[in-house]
Ligand binder design. Sequence first.
Ligand SMILES: [Zn+2]
Length: 673
Amino acid sequence: MNLQKLSIAIAAIFLLSFIPPDKKRKFIDPANMDFTIKPGDNFYVYANGTWIRKNPVPASKTRWGAFGIIAEDNTTRLHQLMKEEANKTTPDKFKKIGDYYVSGMDSLAIERRGYQPLIPHLERINNVKTVDDILNEMVYERVNGVGATSPIGIFVAQDRKNATKYIPQMGQGGITLPDRDYYLKNDQRFVNIRSEFIANMVNMFKLTGRTDAEATRNAWAVMRIETALAKAQMPRVEMRDPYKTYNKYSWKDLSSTTPSIDWKNLAEKLMIRGADSVIVSNPSFLKSVDLLLGAVSTDDWKAYMQWHIIESAAPYLSSAFVEQNFKFNKVLTGQKQMSPRWQRVSGIIDNSMGDLLGEMYVTKYFTPEAKKRMLDLVNNLQQTFADRIKQLDWMSDATKQKALEKLNAFTKKIGYTDKWRDYTSVAIAKDDYLGNRQRLGKWAYDENVNRLGKPIDKTLWGFTPPTVNASYNSSNNEITFPAGILQFPFFDFEADDAVNYGGIGVVIGHEMTHGFDDQGRLSDPQGNLTDWWTKEDADKFKTRSNAVADLYSGFTVQDSLHLNGRLTLGENLADLGGINIAYEAFTKTQQFKEGKKIDGFTPAQRFFLGFAQVWRENILPEEAAQRVLTDPHSPGSYRVNGPLPNIDAWYNAFDVKPGEKLYKSPDQRIKIW
Ligand SMILES: [Zn+2]
């Protein structure tokens, strides 16, 4: 050992002994805060200001915060697992993950094939001649997992008025841009995006061998059809109404509204068998599609179908397609750099074969102890929520009784599914990335339509295990917390209760409150759309929730871009309820009762700071503008500064005084759950 190496070794030992062990890590780190701002003026910046300044959005992302950071770590873990699997010499039960990964990473082979894998699909579409051919082609592509070329989405899901039964459902769709407004509004931003969209389609069509003139003609054909579809679509806010979007038809009655489409016959071809009726979210959209089928030329419909095949396949094709796709995505979201191939491949595999990959993930990264601790937290919060309902001053005993029944009936899903999906029947080839995706698409389609006529499978999960998210499902009256979110800053075994209650505790309270938000309150303990409210209580709820909608509509994102308080209402109600419930549950803990300061903060302060750090983020302006129209969640800053001024305990914790910017007098504070 030479001297230099020896000194490095000593330095390493020296450093190690001085690196604080993980448990001494600061779960509320004053270095992330901004003490030049008063908590009562802007709590979000007070809690997160320095972190926000020091953590700009990385070039390959469009926003950056707690969710993205955990997701990135999870992706790195998934990548490691997939790589190890691909390198195994003796095949095991996860072999398909390794093979799928190889197919996605073999960029040379993908490059060599160019758009060859698309050719049979494009040619089949070229042979289309009649309206019936168009419909048959759309069915073929859907059933075979090729892509969604039909403007009408068809799937099987629980009947919202009879949650014990599956029923076919139809939704509106068919547009490429993120929302109907992109086609219909004439702000400069949308005008630019539309012209870039045309340019994108022209380039993509040219990449599949079309001439300039053909590509341009096709692009405008797609634009015309999608604009007509956008006009026919119901706006997002209206789509949130579970009654308005519940329109049950027999196949025969539905067919009488759409002369070109015989739905019974089409359902048969779609392998949707044994159902006599269907729920349609927007019946007038179906009528418009029917009219368009007759009014638009077959050539235009061919261009439309080909576009959707090309667009959905682009991420799996050669670099020319991937780069063109990214170039347009950049216009929409502002993302500067493409993420590395391994990240894109990880995302695609998680998305399409997530249960097999998820089984590998939880085996290594999720413990029964975490599940147990989480279940304890959920139970504590459920108890506290029950106490709060009993004490509500605006609700009658009759409605309270029903609300408590619903709350007590929650199903709790934590970590991962009890029953992994089985991909045994899907062929995964090391040299067929797009084909793998399509076969998995077909598998997923079959799995979905085969639910018809069977009992409700409550073991199904909508999330894969590494997902950094949580949910409430009204038809099953269930709350779900995948393993992926059970990490700092949401949850950490070593963190004090204040931080865990402010983090995952608020998330749990948020999901529970969804069962009682403006949509969730409309379904009963069994998951059926049923009005269990007295008229008077329902009116009081509406008055209070309208105040929340107005509050958020008053917030701006950039310049004059206002949040849509109606689009985000359910989420904002859930945020407000979630903090109240989690805080009250926290006041029952030893830490709160002892009241000892840690790193200079009281337990109550740590709770609110822990909550605020979950929502710290930076976001690109393009991404933010897109989300204002499409995302039912408010931006991070308003998820903090929106609800807190309505919570008395926050005023006490930080001594917030009249005159400070977030201050509201006690009678202005909105109280619901
Ligand atoms: Zn939510």
